[in-house]
Write a protein that binds this ligand. Sequence first.
Ligand code: ISC
Length: 401
Amino acid sequence: MKEKSSTETEIRELHIREIISGAINGKKSFAFWKKQGQPQLLGIVDLGEQPSTDKGDLEEASPGFAVSPFLNEGRKKNIKINADLVFAPTDNSSGFQVNPAVGVSNEQTDSFIRGTFEPLRPALLEAYFPATDMVAASQKGNFIDIVNKAKENIKAEVFNKVVPSRYTDVPYPPGWDFISAFEKLHQLYPNAFVYVFGIPGVGIWMGATPELLLSIVDGRWFKSVALAGTQRIPESGDLSQVAWTQKEIEEQALVCRYIINCFKKIRLREYEEKGPKSIKAGNMAHLKTEFYVDMEAVNFPQLGSVMLDLLHPTSAVCGMPLEPSLQFLKEFEGFDREFYTGYLGPVNMQGSTQLYVNLRSMKLLSNRARLFAGAGVTEDSIAEKEFEETDLKLQTLMCLF
Ligand SMILES: C=C(O[C@H]1C=CC=C(C(=O)O)[C@@H]1O)C(=O)O
């Protein structure tokens, strides 16, 4: 038997480009991400033919990266990229060292490493793009119409808030490649959760989202946030200069109320609320309130999974109340959001689970990228301003082209 210390695995330090190319050349699923406020990336590759559909609870899940679409049918549509190979940064360079999970043989690891020697084969990249593509229909006029229709529904008290969205397609400039774009994204947004994932036949997505849906640290510390209200950051970059309007304060308060209602549904009163305060996300400021629960003190070990089902989709991306606003979006938005405004992130990796709302994100197609953005509409919304706000949000990724 081959000694572990003699594997190619342990002597090679890999660059992110080699790892992603190796995954694509081997038709494997992969994910790289960086937590909010942390500089270092972590990567995983799933050695299976197909990643698993993942309906399971967070608490028992094996380590990996969870991906949920906006419409997940009670988690039935969720996917999990298993952490068969974990790529952790080395101490003194920009390279990564591979750590195989328990049960992954040296042969499997070596075979993957050999694939990383090959440059990325573009024909194999095509296998990551879904066969069907949605119809391009996201014009400015459509968005203005849906905002005005939403306001009529708010006046008629069908709902209090809804978050319509749109997308825009950006053709790849000559020589553009997504791995370099991801490296740039990682450098640009230190405060965001920055990720790229690829699943054959499902797609390649990347983004820099400011919104945590929930996290669980050490099986004990639960956290969620209410993020809403958007303004362009002042020239000085000074957040204390941002003055919030009544409309924005109410819009964010509705997201807080939505989260508190979720706690009420499970009769949980022992949560700590901090905020709201202004935070920076790229060229924008948002209002953010944080909610904390000590799961041990409330004796609620399944809180993460229970809250996940109650929270998603929050009124930061769908509306309030949930049902009529969701119905409205299904009827009038005119396209499938797919993973945009779904959630994603590491599950049971290095002792914690962090699921983020998939905002400021884009999906790669063979010749262009599709960028998504939405805006919270309340009774005081002005359609033209909401459109401008989506433009501002789109700039988060537009600067990659
Ligand atoms: C729906 C998006 O943002 C949400 C999160 C923060 C602020 C928002 C707002 O001000 O409308 C949105 O609720 C998006 O970025 O596409």
